[in-house]
Each structure stands twice: as structure tokens, then as C-alpha cells.
Design a protein around this ligand. Structure first.
Ligand code: 7MF
Ligand code: ZN
Length: 873
């Protein structure tokens, strides 16, 4: 048994703080071994009944407590709190404490990354730095003075503007920063180290000059240009599309190698995982470049959605995250291909998000109860949260939506707000009733839409009946009907759009589905139409409609919405995969219809479509996306069916793949949509070519591309194709890559990921051996994710091997990471808590693994919450 049972906190238990802090002066005497923190806060009583000030603090050594500059002894040090009794109404509180950055392997609070000191405070990391009112509804102005050794730490950074600096004896120096915008403690940041800096400036719309600085480890300056371009694009875009201008005189980004997540929006001083800053053609793929653009955008956009308006409490996380993801998605869509971006967003919803919503961790985008907040930085809060904002955008339209945003800032700038506040601002500004829509914030689970249609030739009407049902989830049995925007279009047999109308009134293409069952009627429909449903994925739901193969092929050709074309192809794949999974269970061989191949051939050879879109359409859904369609998941059958379809498509369209491969070569490397699209389609073709029965041809082209590539996109595409298709040349290519890049962790992550997702029988053996590889380290979260994370999440056949070895391996890793880095450990465990989705034999082994983990000494809250939820299910 676990020694402790941490208690859940409930959203509805929120109470305003008894005290607030208006200003804080922080003084850091920095060193990696021991850092002394002096925090001088102006405290004001808010609740007349209170007389004990309760501050949060973890792993701190308290030195002294003063009130109004006098020693104060009337306090108690509790396990994770400091209680200061009988305090005045209004006072200056000075706390001195020590911390040990070098011992901080959890990477939360102040820690060491490759010799630099840096912080991560969201959600509750500030309490690892000093005792404080570490909650997002306490907003203070921060002044930060940092003193450190000048040789080891020539750059000393914090939030806001640099206001003073100086040299001291013994090689020490100091810098003082002041951030005039009141902020919660989670937005505090400090960085100290030696860096190369890329400097630039941005002139805002109102002609203010902003200093831009990107700090990277020495030697990496040649990988910073794209991040700077992206930052300037983000600043310009936010002015143009959202009317939002930057507010400080300086904006800094620091890239660090040791970081638990993607990046952090600390006011004026964003800290990034180096993966989302560093890029040059030789080391980064097109996807890496686009990922950098989107994460730089995301963190920059938080300056308004997150920082200027922050969250009242952590249950409101989606207020800033859902909205900021929506904003970064729109940024990427406006700068690049809208269709490609939309499809990639939908793949995350249909893959990881639907999976999470059907798991023991299912929760609404605004959770109701939390044990460990770090466990709720989820695809549900972020990606489904963004889909909810997107539905609002669909319901209101861009103009009303922007009016709502303006009103939201008018009402809540400089405050800590709630999701209800946001919806209210949107409803008030647009005069649209969002009462039922708000259920999206409180209801978990994936809604399913069951659609049937009938055409009446006599009166030329077309009827659409929609039933909605959200299956119960672990956290919530009863479900209510949601307000679902369902965007549709009708086509005649030539692919012409049939306008939606009823009794002389033309109808909007977005239907308001809001009851358990309802029927929509359209008239003047001259013949039985083909219907495109859920255009642009207008709601995060599972759609059931009995499309014929013929209809799907028709939609692949004629749907006006690019997402619909892709979606029709996905449905075609899914139909075939389901049939073939059934055939696998009867030990029959693969069966594919010729018309399906013809449809894909038509798409592949289309000269009208964006090659990037074609590349997405011709790829079957991932094994995880497919798994979400089954009640009981059989990883072997799914893998087999998907693999067989790939082999069939490769060989039956061999000439076309080869032709496309040769006509889509690029020469110089440019990050520009047209070139990215060409490479995407060329490399999709290479993937299929690698699967040709003509193995010599496959090896020749894969090896040639690997040898001739002048950019990482093409290198990784060749290497990936060799591994996926198990070409014998893969050994030699993988060895070559390792020798060239073993000193570069970010590049090696790609190699580790290929090893981890290798569809070979001995994948687990390989992964285990790679734990001792010269480029691997269990201390670096990026390495952990690329090797172990990729194995457990993206190699379902190997992880779920029926002997249970995959589960054993994960138990071993989690045993080690539980204390070292609880956040990373808790993310790795996800595939194990979903045992209910598998057959009984696997369920038993998975449960046994969870039970074993529950007995770990010092089990973290992070793992405890997930394991207990899973076992209670
Ligand atoms: C794009 O949200 C989308 C999501 C929290 C840390 C970054 O800005 C953030 C931080 C986690 C998970 C995903 C993201 C972030 C975090 C993220 C990054 C870029 N406030 Br945890
Ligand atoms: Zn964010």
C-alpha cells in the first residue's frame, strides 16, 4: 500500500484568498549548490475573519521570518505550508530560505540545465522557490534582484525590464528586474547562465520599438533565425487578426535542453524546450520548423490570453490554454495551409484526445476534481478546449467572435477570470444564447452523432435525422444533450452544390444540433444528393453515417471542403480496415476493392489538389486512431490490417508512386509552403515505394535519397521508410546516422523514436539496450519521450506483446522515474491505465503492473492519482 492518500481538491470549493500580496521584492544569491532567496512581500488582509497567513512551500529550508522588519516567531512550519499567526492587517513580510537547484531532478522550481540555472513555476512550482500565496488569483508586481558569479553566469534574466546592474567583489555581479504588470507567481521566471544571443527588434503598430532577444547555448546561433522570424510573424499576426499589441519594451526567449514540456509563457521571459527553438536545414525537419512556429506563437499569444487575463484557479486552465491553442492554430493556418493544419489538429482529437476521454482519466475541459494539477495539462484541456473555442467561433462568426474577445479584455484585463466569464463576454457581445453550449465545459466524454437521411422524390425534400449520445465516462455517468454545430453540404450527381433551403428561406450550412434527436428538412432538392457531414470537423464528435463506398469516393472527388475530402478517404480506409480486422480473426487474407485503389490513384494524380493535402489523404489512419473505433482493441489485428493495406496500395499503384516521386523533387531547401508540400508528397511516395515487392527498387531509391539529402526532412524520410518497411539497408543507414549525429541530442531523438517504433519483433530488446546508449540519458525528458514514450504509445504491437514484457519494462522505468521526475513519469503511464480496452489476458497483466506500481515507496501524487483512478474503474 501507498503510505499516503493525497486528497482531491474540488472546483466548487473555490474561495477567495484571505490575504493578497500587491508587491514582492525577490533577492536571489545564486549558486547551483545552495541558493538563498529573500522574499519581501506587501501583504494585505482580504478577509476580516482571518488572522493566520498560510503560505505554500515545498522542499525549502526556512532561515527567518520578519514582519515589518522585526523578527517574528509566531509561526509553524507544516509539511507543505508555513502558518504565520496573528499577523496585522497590512504588513511587510520578509522570508529568507534556501534551496538546492543541483538536487532538483523534477525540473520544477529552480533547477540546473546544462550548467545554466532556470525556473519552471507553472502550475505550482513557485512554492519550490519560496513560501508564497502560490495561487493564480494573487497578482503582484515583481521586482527581482539576482546576484551570481560573473564567469559562470554572465547573463542574469527575469521578467519585465532590466532596471539596474552592477559588479561586486569576488567576481560576483548583480542585475535587477522590474515587471510593472501584476502577475501570479506561476508566471515568474529567472534564468542565469552563459549564452549566445540573437537580437532583433519589432516596431509595433503604435510605433513602439520592442527589443527581441533569443538566448541559446553557446554555438547554436546558426539555429535561431527561424525562431526569430516566427516571433516577429506572431507579433504582427496578433496585431492584425486579434488587435493585440505587445506591452513591455523587451521580449526574451531562452532555450534550455532540460525541460518537462514544450515551453512556458513567463511574462517577458519565455522559456522553451530547445526542441522548439533550434532549427537549421541539416538538423530539423519541416515538421520541426512548423512546430517551432506554432509553439513560439502559442507562448507569445499567452501574453494576452493567460498573462494580461489570467486564471482565477487551476480548474479554469482551459480559459487560457484552449483559447491560446485556438489562437496558435489559427496563426499556423493563416500563415501556411489551412487544410493541412486542420487535418493535423483533427488527428490529435481523434487519436490521443478520444483515447483520453475513454480512459480512467476522462475529464471535462474544465475539470471538477484534481489531486495533482500537473496531471491536467492534457489533450482534453488543450486540444478539446481549443475545439470548444472553435465551435464558438463557428457559431458567432469571425466578426462577432472578435467583438466578444474585445469585450472579454474590456471586462477582465488585469484580473484572474473564469471560463464562465469568457462565455458570458462572448454571449453579451454577440447576443447569442450560450446556455446550453456551456455544457461543453462541464461534460466529459466524446459525443456520438448518429445520422440518417431520406430523400423524397415526390416532393423533392431531403430529411436529415440526427441523434446524439455521449456514452458515460468513468468520471460522469449521466450525460445531457450538447449544442453541436453541424456543418453540412449537399451535392447533386455532378458534384454541384445544392443550396440549403426550406419553404422559400435559404438556410445556413451550420445546423444547430441541440436535442437528443431532431430532424432537419430541406426542400427543392432536385435529386437524391450526396451529403458532406461535419465539414471542417465542426465539432469534436464521432460521426456515424452509413456512407456507401460510392458516396465516399464521390466525396473524395467533389467535397468543397478539403477536410471533408480527407475525411471521406479516412472513412474509406476505416471501412476496409474493419473488414480486414474481421478477416484477420478468421485467418483470411487481405481483401481490397479495386474501386478504392482507383479512388486513391485519382487523388494521387490530381493536379488540382495541394500536394501536402494529397500526402495526408493517401496515408491510412494511425494504429491509435484505428483503435478508437473498436470496443476491444486487438493491436496485432489492427497492425496487420493497416500493414496489408499499405502493401497493397504500394504495389497496385507502383507506377504512380514512382512517377510522383520523380516529379516532386526539390533542390535548394526553403521553408516555404510550396516546397514543404512537395517534400511531403515525395516522401509519402517514398514510404510506399519502400514497401514494393520489388525490393531492389525500394532499396535503391531509399539509399539514394539518404545519401543525397541536403536536409533533415529528406534524411529522416529515407531512414523512416527503411525502418517502417524493414528494408535490409536500414541497419547500415541507422548506423551511419548514429555516427554522424550522436553528439546532438535533438537529432538523436529522431533516431531513438525510429528505434522505439520499429515494427520488428525485437523492438523491446532494442529499446532496453538503448537505455545505455551514449546519447541517451534518463535525466533528459526529451530523450525519455523519444525512446520510452514513443515505445509505449506508438508501438502498440510491441508494448502490448501478449507475454507482458512491455508492461514489465514500463514498470521498471516508472520505478526509477517516480521520485526523479514525477511529471514525466505520469505522462508515460497513460497507455497502461487504459487496460479496460484490451482482452482479459492483457487486462490482467496490465492491472498487475499497476498494482505493483501502487506499492512503490514515496509514490508521487502524479502517479498515485492515475493508478488509483485506473484500478477503481
Ligand atoms: C503549444 O501551455 C501547445 C501546448 C504549460 C506547459 C505550454 O504554454 C504552455 C504552458 C504543457 C503542455 C503543452 C503545452 C505547454 C505546456 C503547449 C505548448 C505549445 N503554459 Br504541460
Ligand atoms: Zn499554453
Amino acid at each position: 500500500m501507498s503510505q499516503h492518500s493525497p486528497k482531491a481538491k474540488y472546483r466548487l470549493d473555490y474561495t477567495a484568498p484571505n490575504y493578497t500580496i500587491t508587491d514582492i521584492d525577490l533577492d536571489f544569491q545564486l549558486s547551483a549548490e545552495v541558493t538563498t532567496v529573500t522574499a519581501r512581500s506587501q501583504v494585505i488582509r482580504q478577509n476580516a475573519q482571518a488572522n493566520t497567513l498560510v503560505l505554500e512551500g515545498e522542499a525549502l529550508t526556512l532561515i527567518s521570518v520578519n514582519i515589518d522588519e522585526q523578527p517574528w516567531s509566531n509561526f509553524e512550519v507544516k509539511p507543505q505550508q508555513l502558518w504565520i499567526h496573528d499577523v496585522p492587517d497590512n504588513f511587510t513580510l520578509t522570508i529568507v530560505n534556501e534551496i538546492k537547484p543541483i538536487d532538483n531532478t523534477a525540473l520544477e522550481g529552480l533547477y540546473v540545465s546544462e550548467g545554466a540555472l532556470c525556473t519552471q513555476c507553472e502550475a505550482e512550482g513557485f512554492r519550490h522557490i519560496t513560501y508564497y500565496l502560490d495561487r493564480p488569483d494573487v497578482l503582484a508586481r515583481f521586482r527581482t534582484r539576482i546576484t551570481a558569479n560573473k564567469e559562470k553566469y554572465p547573463f542574469l534574466l527575469s521578467n519585465g525590464n532590466r532596471i539596474a546592474e552592477g559588479d561586486l567583489a569576488n567576481n560576483q555581479h548583480w542585475v535587477e528586474w522590474y515587471d510593472p504588470f501584476p502577475k501570479p507567481s506561476y508566471l515568474f521566471a529567472l534564468v542565469a547562465g552563459d549564452f549566445d544571443i540573437l537580437k532583433d527588434k519589432f516596431i509595433t503598430r503604435s510605433q513602439r520599438e520592442i527589443t527581441l532577444e533569443i538566448y541559446v547555448d553557446r554555438g547554436n546561433l546558426d539555429r535561431t533565425q527561424w525562431a526569430m522570424e516566427s516571433l516577429k510573424n506572431a507579433m504582427r499576426w496578433d496585431e492584425q487578426r486579434f488587435n493585440l499589441e505587445y506591452d513591455l519594451d523587451i521580449f526574451m526567449i531562452v532555450a534550455v535542453d532540460f525541460f518537462n514540456m514544450g515551453a512556458m509563457e513567463n511574462k517577458g521571459l519565455n522559456i522553451f524546450n530547445s526542441k522548439f527553438v533550434l532549427a537549421k536545414a541539416e538538423t530539423a525537419t519541416d515538421d520541426d520548423y512548423l512546430g517551432i512556429e506554432s509553439v513560439i506563437g502559442h507562448e507569445y499569444f499567452h501574453n494576452w490570453t493567460g498573462n494580461r487575463v489570467t486564471c482565477r484557479d487551476w480548474f479554469q486552465l482551459s480559459l487560457k490554454e484552449g483559447l491560446t491553442v485556438f489562437r496558435d492554430q489559427e496563426f499556423s493556418a493563416d500563415l501556411g495551409s489551412r487544410a493541412v493544419n486542420r487535418i493535423n489538429n483533427v488527428k490529435i482529437i481523434r487519436g490521443p484526445q478520444f483515447t483520453e476521454d475513454a480512459s480512467p482519466m476522462s475529464h471535462p475541459i474544465r475539470p471538477d476534481q484534481v489531486i495533482e494539477m500537473n496531471n491536467f495539462y492534457t489533450v482534453t484541456v488543450y486540444e478539446k478546449g481549443s475545439e470548444v473555442i472553435r465551435m464558438l467561433h463557428t457559431l458567432l462568426g469571425e466578426t462577432q467572435f472578435q467583438a466578444g474577445m474585445r469585450y472579454y479584455f474590456e471586462c477582465h484585463d488585469g484580473t484572474a477570470a473564469t471560463c464562465d466569464d469568457f462565455i458570458q463576454a462572448m454571449a453579451d457581445a454577440s447576443q447569442i444564447d450560450l446556455t446550453q453550449f456551456k455544457r461543453w465545459y462541464s461534460q466529459s466524454g466524446t459525443p456520438e452523432l448518429f445520422v440518417t437521411t431520406t430523400y423524397n422524390e415526390c416532393d423533392q425534400t431531403y430529411q436529415l435525422t440526427v441523434k446524439q449520445l455521449t456514452p458515460s465516462t468513468v468520471d460522469q455517468k449521466e450525460k445531457q444533450p450538447l449544442h453541436i454545430p453541424l456543418d453540412i453540404e449537399l451535392y447533386d450527381q455532378h458534384g454541384q452544390i445544392i443550396p440549403l433551403q426550406y419553404q422559400g428561406r435559404s438556410l445556413h450550412s451550420v445546423l444547430d444540433v441541440n436535442a437528443s434527436e431532431q430532424t432537419f428538412t430541406f426542400d427543392c432538392v432536385p435529386n437524391n444528393p450526396v451529403i458532406a457531414l461535419l465539414r471542417e470537423f465542426s465539432a469534436p464528435v464521432k460521426l456515424h453515417y452509413n456512407y456507401s463506398t460510392e458516396d465516399l469516393i464521390f466525396l473524395m472527388q467533389h467535397a468543397t471542403n478539403d477536410f471533408n475530402r480527407y475525411d471521406a478517404a479516412q472513412m474509406l480506409f476505416n471501412q476496409n480496415i474493419q473488414e480486414n480486422v474481421a478477416r484477420f480473426n478468421m485467418s483470411k487474407s487481405i481483401a481490397l476493392s479495386e474501386e478504392m485503389i482507383d479512388a486513391f490513384r485519382g487523388i494521387l494524380l490530381s493536379t488540382q489538389l495541394d500536394p501536402a493535402l494529397i500526402a495526408l489523404i493517401v496515408m491510412p489512419p494511425s494504429e491509435n486512431e484505428i483503435a478508437n473505433q473498436f470496443e476491444v482493441v486487438n493491436p496485432d489485428a489492427i497492425h496487420w490490417a493497416r500493414q496489408q493495406i499499405i502493401l497493397q496500395m504500394a504495389n497496385l499503384m507502383a507506377d504512380e508512386w514512382l512517377a510522383i516521386y520523380h516529379t516532386h523533387q526539390t533542390h535548394d531547401y526553403h521553408i516555404e509552403h510550396h516546397d514543404i508540400a512537395k517534400r511531403a508528397l515525395k516522401n509519402a511516395s517514398l514510404f510506399y515505394i519502400a514497401h514494393l515487392t520489388d525490393n531492389q527498387c525500394a532499396q535503391r531509391l531509399v539509399k539514394a535519397q539518404y545519401a543525397q539529402a541536403n536536409n533533415m526532412t529528406d534524411t529522416i524520410a529515407a531512414l523512416g521508410a527503411a525502418v517502417r518497411a524493414q528494408l535490409s539497408c536500414r541497419h547500415e543507414l541507422m548506423r551511419d546516422f548514429e555516427q554522424q549525429w550522436h553528439q546532438d541530442g535533438l537529432v538523436m531523438d529522431k533516431w531513438f523514436m525510429l528505434q522505439a517504433t520499429n515494427p520488428a519483433k525485437d523492438a523491446l530488446q532494442q529499446v532496453k539496450q538503448l537505455l545505455t546508449h551514449r546519447s541517451f540519458s534518463l535525466a533528459n525528458p526529451n530523450r525519455i519521450r523519444s525512446l520510452i514514450g514513443a515505445f509505449v504509445s506508438n508501438n502498440p504491437v510491441a508494448f502490448h506483446a501478449s507475454n507482458g514484457q512491455g508492461y514489465h519494462f514500463l514498470v521498471e522505468i516508472l520505478t526509477e522515474l517516480n521520485q526523479k521526475n514525477p511529471q514525466v513519469a505520469a505522462r508515460l503511464i497513460d497507455p497502461l491505465i487504459r487496460y479496460k480496452r484490451y482482452d482479459l489476458a492483457r487486462q490482467q497483466r496490465m492491472k498487475a503492473a499497476l498494482e505493483q506500481l501502487l506499492t512503490l515507496p514515496h509514490l508521487s501524487n502524479d502517479l498515485y492519482e492515475k493508478i488509483t483512478k485506473a484500478l477503481a474503474d
